[in-house]
Each structure stands twice: as C-alpha cells, then as structure tokens.
Design a protein around this ligand. Sequence first.
Ligand code: GLY
Length: 442
Amino acid sequence: MDSALLTQSYSEHLARLEHSYGEVLTQNGLDAIVIHSGSPKLRSAFDDQYWPLRVTPHFQHWLPLTAADCALVVRAGHRPKLVWLKEQNFWEKPPALEHDIWQSGFEIVHVGHRAEAQQYLPKTRVAFVGEDAQCAAEWGFNQADFTPKPLLTQLDALRVRKTAYEELCLAEANRRAAVGHTALAHAFKSGDASELDLHLAYLRATAQDDPQTPYKNIVALGANAATLHHISYGRTAPAGPAQSLLVDAGASFLGYCSDITRTYAKGNTAAASTFAGLVAGVERLQQQLCRDIRIDAPYEALHDRSHAYVAEVLRETGVLKLSAEEAVASGVTRSFFPHGLGHSLGLQCHDVGCASLKPRADNPFLRNTSNIAERQCFTIEPGIYFIDSFMETLQAGPHAPNIDWRLVSELSKLGGVRIEDDIVVVGGSSVTRNLTRQFLPA
Ligand code: GLY
C-alpha cells in the first residue's frame, strides 16, 4: 500500500464528503448532522456479554476509527468535529488504529463521559444519525431529530459512487482476502481438512480474527455447498474425502470490505469430473457477465442475462434438456440459481445505496436494482446449486421430464458452485476494474 497515495486520496475523499454533506445540509434546512459511531450489541437479552462493535457506516465513511460511542459533528463551512469518548474501561481496550491518515482533517475533542460531550454538540436544526431513538435521547436529542428516513436515504446514496481513496481500500481488502483464498485452495487440493480447519486456516492466512471479517466466512465441503450461507462448520473431515469446496470469504481494510467466492473440485470419479466442468462453466459465465457490464444499463438486466447463461451451462453439463429460453421463461433456472447476481459493496458487505428500489417479483433476492454508473462497486456472483428442497419441488412439477435426475443426484453430493468477484466501474474503454482477479487469477 502506497502510503503517500493513500494520504493524498484520503484528503480528496474528505473534501468530497464535506462538499456533499454541505449540499445535503442545505437541501434539508439543517445546520448540522451528528453521526454516532455505534455501540456494541448485547449477545443475549439474558446476559451481559456484547458482540464486537460494528461501526455506523455513515461514520466510517468519514474516518476509519473503530471506537464505540463517539460522535461526529458535520456543519457546512466548518472542519468536522470528532467528539471522542475515552471512558475509563478496565475490562477492554479499543483496537489499535490501523492508520492515522485521517486525524489532521478533524477538530478532535476528547471527553471522559457522555455528559461532558454535550457542550460540543449543536442543539438546533440538527439531525442525529445513529441506531435508534433511544441512542439519540441518550445524546440529548429529540425523537424528531433522529435520522429522518429521506435524509438517511440521501446519505446512503453518497456511499454508492466510490472515491479513489475508497477504491484503494477496496483493492487492499481484496489483496488480503486473496491470500486466504490461495491458502485454502492449496489446503483443499493437498489434504483432507475439516470445514473448521479451513475456516481457521483462512483467518490465519489473512491475519484476521473472526469478528474482523466483513461477514462470517462461508466454508462448505461437498453437499454443504448447497446451503448458500453455510457457517455451521463440520469439525471433522468428511468420511470419503470431499470432492468439492466452496469458500465465500473476505477481508477488510480501513472499514472497506471484500467479498470473494471460489469453488474447487477434486477427485477422479465421474461426478467430480462433471462437477469440474460445471465449475469451469460458471467461471466462464461469470467472466462473460463481467465483460457484459455497461454504464447506464440496469443491473437487473444483467441479472436476467445471467439466468440465460446459467441455462446454457446446465444444458452443456447435461442436467437440463429444455432450451435455454424455455428454462428461463418457465422459472426452472431459478431453482438452480435462487439468489441475486450481486450487491453493492463498500463499508458494508451488502451496502444499501443500490437497493433503494424493489426488484421485480421474480427476482426477490436481488440486492442491486440501480442503473450501473461510474464509480459504483458491486459483486458479480452467479451460482448453480442442487438444493434439496428446490430439487424436490422441481421433481414434482411439469418440467421434471426435462431434467436428468440421476445426474442431479450425483452432483448433489458436491453441493453447488459460486464464483464471485468485486468490480469497480471505472468508465473509459475498459469500463470496469476487477479488484479480485488482479490478486486471485483463475
Ligand atoms: N458473501 C456473502 C453474502 O454476500 O451474503
């Protein structure tokens, strides 16, 4: 990571945020927006243990500080002010700062408790961005000041188009994750580790503790790959070595996330070799979808196109006997590929700014309904799975004769395939930059 480049790009990022928030303040007739950094959540209502903090994304958009119960005061024409609560805490200490590039951009006041913070907070024409109205009240704000929905939508939209600084962070998050994926590919090919062993090997390779990963690692051997978010790791290696591994795991840098999936096949059985062909088919269609990205085109149209490609791969593999058009029109491909093609990525693994519109009813799980625009970052993650409940429904339906059930039964033991990269829309003749492939080639 080039530190000078990071510092320079961060100061441009900050200047852009100051400008954008200035516009939002004017449009909403506000003097100030106060953003709370967040509080750790109770693990159970019946206990006094807490989950590690997940910082409010609006706060982290400004600065990569992972500290609970701080407030950022944004006013037009003023340096942003960080009210940094440093309470005496002999139980825990906050994580070390990963970088201090941000500190000179802020007026920083340290306070020992919340009451002391009051003197630094604006009182009129202010909106409070935080988790809930109770948090707003604890900071001395009224219910009416608490994150009005239209304002929140405007602030969420500011995170959609990434600055050069954010692209650097996202690329570094990809570089870090790629080290873990490479280690797991090797471990799978050369031994018979359990899912838990592979998960722990990923954490070790990426030097992350579990709570620091952008989302819980998905590590699935064999049939478990048909569970889209398989996180109940097996503690022992499967009897009869697993012939497939799906790893969906990321890393973070200064709050920014990567989200990468790879699927591997091994073994000499006929099913393993057909499954390897399926992996190659999904790899090919995923790369084609990356090439199909066009500025101004609806992301949902790309998702629709992915179903046509999935149908082709299912036909090539011998699973489907329907034409690709029939397979898509009849909804059959939705039984094999039930999730969305991808989602916006940034400070949150599933960032929300590209999902402000509902998808069509036949795409219920699509999390990106935006028109593709320069500087967006999103995932492209098609998949093909053999999920028991969907296969049972299909087998009982009118298209059952058009499916090779013997093959489905064999491939079910290997679960499914997903391939996922993180893409930034850079425009120009290349249109996109694939942040993942530069560190994790096929
Ligand atoms: N990669 C995990 C998810 O997108 O839900």
